[in-house]
Design a protein around this ligand. Structure first.
Ligand code: ADP
Ligand code: GLC
Length: 486
């Protein structure tokens, strides 16, 4: 019989996405199905999610009503979208609003985020504990701080189920004032160091790390890094204490959703056997973005959040290395206002050489993966990273910092790797613009030797970036948790 898992998360492709969390939450159920694991995913009923449910004449199936969930009525609505078995938490007072998932349109965090995501955790425990007639689950799988209270609620629920909590990014911890605690409906003793208390307030990530039966994170290297004070973001002590139940499982990507042979956003589709049509995508990018179309050097792309974590400032510092190698650069992303401004300024100062698109565009992202020669991922820390995986799949060679999941998924094309024909990208020491510049120059030198570049591209495109192996690891872990414990 299939193992039945209730997943809970704040984002899920194809409905709502701000980053890699959504890709993973959307892709893992399909990957796990192949291992006899059935995943049902609970997500918040944000305005676009509710709109998607109503589309195409799809009537939500029977919904379960909760009379009062943190100050208003709520329903748990079952839905099937794109092969995903979903439960949508329809609580208009918490999730029906214009703006972002976590912030208003001006970029300020919603002031009731504590309550909004406590509700998500409480609803998850309610469902996991048998709250929906006819639906039984063996394990709860909660993702990131927004779902962090689910393992806490579950711990105090009548029907105890084992829980797995996956850390996607320890930098976002969901810390709220102590005044939130009385509203949570959790036993008084849980507000303690041995519980969800965190520096005098309520810590959602802290709660999960304390109450979950098992903790995983999204790459083996990051699993080791978060045990250290440098990467542990204040939670390394707690993590070291639980080291026996921490695993690192690298993310994959959905290789059907990310397939250059079928990608409808590309001007020219291609595959590993013949990547030459990429040139048409590169030309389309140059025309659309006003870049110099002559081919004196590689086209570099940065796709991601404009945040300190991602090292976009290091990319800007590396412009001389890019320009010196005849290269051009496209930046696609949004985030911190100051970094957005610096990117715009760089584009203004380098017409024809640097183009910047501030915002979110799935189409442009795909065209960049399919047309750029290399993607830059110089993160200061990176739990896993998906952009380098997509780059490998699309033959845009990743130039990455040696950290976290980047170190686990890219093989540096150093001399030995080149000789052995195993390199798939270029690596630089993290947080060091000079070293990033070196890696960019090495990539440009390889690009100028077509046979070398072709070989590297072939190795990159042959990398297994699918969920195949990691889904097997998750399946084993989830099965182990579901076994009756003494
Ligand atoms: P994060 O830390 O942001 O989750 P990941 O590398 O895990 O980083 O995932 C980022 C995902 O979001 C990738 O699928 C990437 O292609 C996508 N992405 C990031 N920024 C943008 C953007 N501005 N437009 C389109 N897609 C983007
Ligand atoms: C987080 C991390 C990123 C990871 C993603 C999906 O957003 O920053 O490294 O790939 O989650 O797990």
């Amino acid at each position: 019989m299939a193992l039945s898992v209730l997943a809970v998360a704040s984002e899920c492709v194809p409905l709502v996405k701000t980053g890699g969390l959504a890709d993973v939450v959307g892709a893992l159920p399909r990957a796990l199905a192949a291992h006899g694991v059935a995943v049902c995913t609970l997500i918040p009923g944000y305005t676009p999610v509710m709109a998607a449910l109503g589309q195409g004449g799809r009537e939500p199936r029977a919904a379960r009503v909760m009379r009062d969930l943190f100050g208003g009525p709520a329903r748990i609505v079952p839905a099937a979208i794109d092969g995903l078995d979903l439960l949508v938490l329809d609580a208009p007072h918490l999730f029906a609003r214009q703006g972002g998932l976590y912030q208003d349109a001006a970029g300020t965090e919603w002031e009731d985020n504590g309550v909004r995501f406590a509700a998500l955790g409480a609803a998850a425990a309610f469902v996991a504990g048998g709250g929906l007639p006819g639906r039984k689950f063996d394990v709860l799988h909660a993702h990131d701080w927004q779902a962090g209270l689910a393992p806490a609620y579950l711990r105090f629920a009548a029907r105890r189920l084992a829980s797995l909590f996956t850390i996607h990014n320890l930098a976002f911890q969901g810390k709220f004032p102590a005044t939130l605690f009385p509203r949570l409906g959790l036993p008084a003793e849980s507000f303690a160091t041995a519980g969800l208390e965190y520096y005098g307030g309520v810590g959602f990530m802290k709660a999960a790390l304390w109450f979950a039966d098992h903790i995983s994170t999204v790459s083996p290297s990051y699993a080791a890094e978060i045990m250290t004070s440098r990467f542990g973001m204040g939670l390394d002590g707690l993590l070291r204490g639980r080291e026996q139940v921490v695993s690192g499982i690298a993310n994959g990507i959905d290789t059907d959703a990310w397939n250059p042979a079928t990608d409808g956003q590309l001007v020219a589709r291609f595959d590993a056997a013949d990547p030459t049509p990429r040139a048409a995508n590169r030309a389309a990018l140059a025309a659309e973005l006003g870049l110099d179309g002559s081919e004196q050097g590689p086209l570099f792309a940065f796709i991601g959040r404009l945040a300190w974590q991602k090292g976009i400032d290091l990319v800007l510092e590396s412009i001389p290395a890019i320009a010196g190698s005849g290269g051009r650069l496209v930046i696609l992303g949004s985030g911190e206002r100051e970094l957005e401004e610096r990117c715009r300024w760089a584009a203004g100062a380098n017409p024809g050489r640097i183009a910047v698109f501030i915002g979110y565009s799935e189409r442009l992202a795909r065209l960049l993966y399919g047309g750029a020669d290399a993607v830059l991922v110089p993160s200061r820390f990176e739990p896993c990273g998906l952009t380098q995986l997509i780059g490998l799949r699309y033959g845009a060679l990743p130039i990455v910092a040696r950290t976290g999941g980047l170190a686990d998924t890219v093989i540096d094309a150093n001399q030995a790797a080149l000789a052995a024909g195993t390199g798939t990208g270029f690596m630089a020491a993290p947080d060091d613009a000079a070293m990033l510049g070196q890696a960019i120059r090495r990539a440009a030198a390889a690009w100028r030797e077509p046979a070398t570049w072709r070989r590297l591209q072939a190795s990159a495109m042959a990398s297994d970036v699918s969920w195949r192996r990691s889904a097997g690891e998750y399946a084993r872990l989830l099965r182990g948790l579901a076994q009756p414990r003494a």
